[in-house]
Write a protein that binds this ligand. Structure first.
Ligand SMILES: *[C@@H]1O[C@H](CO)[C@@H](O)[C@H](O)[C@H]1NC(C)=O
Ligand SMILES: *[C@@H]1O[C@H](CO)[C@@H](O)[C@H](O)[C@H]1NC(C)=O
Ligand SMILES: *[C@@H]1O[C@H](CO)[C@@H](O)[C@H](O)[C@H]1NC(C)=O
Ligand SMILES: [Zn+2]
Length: 601
């Protein structure tokens, strides 16, 4: 085990103290910063990977998924005992919470990467652009419920996988875990338990459906990068068979065999075909297919809708491509209408998870102009769900929260060698009509179309077409334009910085932060239990309790199945490590050196 330190970079080399309780290993991990050698050893896997693949034929750069890879390599081997104060939290579900309840619907919304500052930023932005009074608020503000603490078992700073496992299973786990507990033990999810009890179930997202948040509700894998496996579980090839009735979002490439253009699978499994032929899904793969759903009135379940190869574009860009991609609110509306119709005559209602997935990406890219539009679209979707609940005859509850904050966002930034200005400038965000991501894509397309262009000509083109026309910045510095022209693959950070600094918006990281995130709710039966400052697992426990379903029963079934498969845990560990290495080399090959440089990785 010479690679122990590589595998567990966050763990100190001090022996565990047996008196310190079951999460002692975690505690050590949290006390000690990784050593310099451990940091070097983790290299590629630390913090975040921004993956760009240059598709030569189209000359298009596809921005792929953001990964917090180190997380999946550093989880402790010990499961958290149920008595662990952190894992258990102060929340005490009414035992036994399972039993016959009145017909209920539950909508759970996740704003990935949205911290409290995102709300201040967006509220002010909206007041500014719409000329609204000083006390005007977002719909979310009027449904503020409390806040949630987000640490995982092995880090103070969670990733989306451990964050979503806290919601889906009501249990803390390690960064990277897809509804798995420390020690490779799967945990039953609220969606699986709901399906078992006769509820209809749905997932709506704006990123890949195989991404960590949706994955945690309907699949079980050791770490989030196993997206090929996650896609299989989601359509019904997992340990429990099919558990999801409706899935709408992006990530089509994970469902197509590697023999097909537009696939990003490592194998030749046609997951769409498995979904339709073996598991009975109706499949819609584009905007026309989405329109055929007639806003949810022409849906037969189960339904799989994959409307983008990877992410659905940021709202700031998508609104100019509305004939290609549906928005979060459009997909949510279709899902609510379809699930409502499908449960009209049944004893049980539905469970629907809706994620504003790309608030997080705007945070990773430090792009405030993109983020405010993502948050506004999320707020609009939140209102749409409230309106649905108001009109519905079936009792229902909406709970919304974030898995973590992203970016360490601040609504203030002090320029070097200047005094603080006691202000920030939403006008700068208002003038931009494209994301830094989209501008980078346009720049890379341009560079590959005109490889012989002089640096001066390129700088002029960048200034006219991207900086002035899309970002609305009239006063670019020579230094900025030259940085963009000489190193286009690093343009994303330069564009984001140009906006942020002029708006006096600050960021402290391209990763996540540990700040508590807000909880919002429609209110309703039992929601008092998640008032105030709660643990993220309390939210997960509430979801299961509200529906009156038993996730522990599913956990036992999953763990029995694992034992029945007879895979010893050391074998599993080896297998996991090997998949991880393969994934890393596959992805590493696609990561531009400049990207790693610019993020100090
Ligand atoms: C496609 O998948 C098959 C089997 O799953 C594998 O043998 C083959 O190498 C893959 N091809 C590519 C181009 O990745
Ligand atoms: C309704 O859905 C069916 C099946 O997907 C499709 O063939 C039909 O065109 C849709 N109807 C409308 C009016 O879009
Ligand atoms: C952004 O705004 C500029 C003018 O302000 C316009 O020329 C450009 O077409 C807009 N971009 C999009 C995508 O609408
Ligand atoms: Zn993230």
């Amino acid at each position: 085990m010479s690679s122990q330190s590589e595998r567990t970079p966050l763990l100190s080399d001090r022996p565990p103290n047996p008196d310190a309780g079951p999460s002692n290993q975690d505690a050590n991990a949290l006390k000690n910063p990784p050593s310099a050698s451990a940091r070097r050893a983790t290299g590629l896997r630390e913090i975040v990977l921004f993956i760009w693949a240059l598709v030569a034929t189209a000359g298009v750069v596809v921005l792929a998924v953001v990964l917090q890879h180190h997380s999946s390599t550093s989880h402790p081997a010990q499961p958290i005992a149920p008595t662990d104060p952190v894992a258990g939290g102060p929340y005490s579900p009414t035992p036994p919470s399972v039993g016959k309840k009145k017909k209920r619907n539950l909508i759970f919304m996740v704003s990935d990467g949205m911290g409290p500052t995102s709300l201040s930023l967006t509220r002010t932005f909206r007041q500014f652009v719409s000329g609204l009074p000083m006390d005007d608020t977002l719909t979310l503000d009027r449904h503020f419920w409390g806040s949630s603490r987000t640490r995982s078992t092995n880090s103070w700073v969670t990733d989306s996988a451990a964050g979503a496992t806290a919601f889906s299973c009501g249990r803390k786990s390690y960064n990277g875990a897809i509804s798995m507990l420390p020690g490779h033990k799967p945990c039953g999810t609220v969606l699986e338990a709901a399906k078992r009890r006769g509820f209809r179930t749905g997932l709506v997202v704006t990123t890949d459906l195989t991404d960590a948040t949706p994955a945690c509700f309907a699949s079980h894998v050791d770490f989030r990068m196993q997206m090929d496996e996650i896609a299989l579980h989601e359509v019904g090839e997992g340990p429990l068979g099919r558990v999801v009735d409706l899935m709408l979002g992006g990530g089509r490439c994970h469902f197509l065999p590697n023999t097909t253009a537009g696939s990003c699978r490592a194998d030749d499994i046609d997951v769409v075909r498995l979904a339709t032929e073996k598991h009975g899904f109706a499949y819609k793969g584009d905007r026309q297919g989405f329109d055929e759903l007639r806003r949810g009135k022409n849906v037969s379940l189960p339904l799989l809708g994959l409307f983008a190869a990877a992410d659905i574009p940021f709202e700031i860009d998508r609104r100019h491509m509305a004939d290609v991609y549906p928005s979060l609110s459009e997909m949510a509306e279709a899902a609510l209408t379809a699930l409502d119709a499908a449960t009209r005559d049944s004893d049980e209602g539905f469970f629907l998870m809706i994620e504003g997935s790309r608030i997080d990406h705007a945070g990773h890219f430090n792009d405030p102009a993109a983020q405010v539009r993502e948050v506004l679209e999320y707020d609009k979707t939140f209102k749409l769900v409230l309106d649905f609940l108001d009109k519905s005859d079936t009792e229902g509850v909406l709970v919304a929260t974030s898995d973590h904050e992203t970016g360490g966002l601040a609504t203030a930034w002090q320029a070097p060698n200047e005094l603080p200005v006691y202000n920030w400038y939403p006008a700068v965000l208002a003038r931009a009509n494209a994301s830094a991501e989209h501008c980078t894509r346009l720049l890379l397309q341009h560079v590959s179309a005109y490889p012989a262009e002089s640096e001066r000509a390129l700088m002029d083109w960048i200034n006219q077409e991207l900086v002035i026309r899309r970002l609305g910045i009239p006063d670019a510095l020579e230094m900025e334009l030259s940085a963009l022209a000489t190193n286009p693959t690093a343009a994303l950070t330069v564009f984001s910085k140009m906006i942020s600094q002029r708006a006096r918006v600050g960021w402290s990281t391209h990763g996540h932060s540990a700040v508590d995130v807000n909880v919002y709710s429609s209110g309703g039966p039992g929601t008092e239990k998640i008032r105030g400052n709660v643990e993220n697992t309390d939210i997960g426990k509430f979801l299961a309790e509200y529906l009156g379903v038993d996730v522990d029963e599913i956990t036992r079934e999953l763990q029995d199945k694992l034992v029945a498969q007879g895979v010893p845990s050391s074998e599993k560990e080896k297998e996991r490590a090997s998949v991880e290495e393969q994934e890393l080399s596959r992805l590493g090959a696609q990561v531009g050196g400049e990207w790693k440089e610019s993020f100090g990785m």
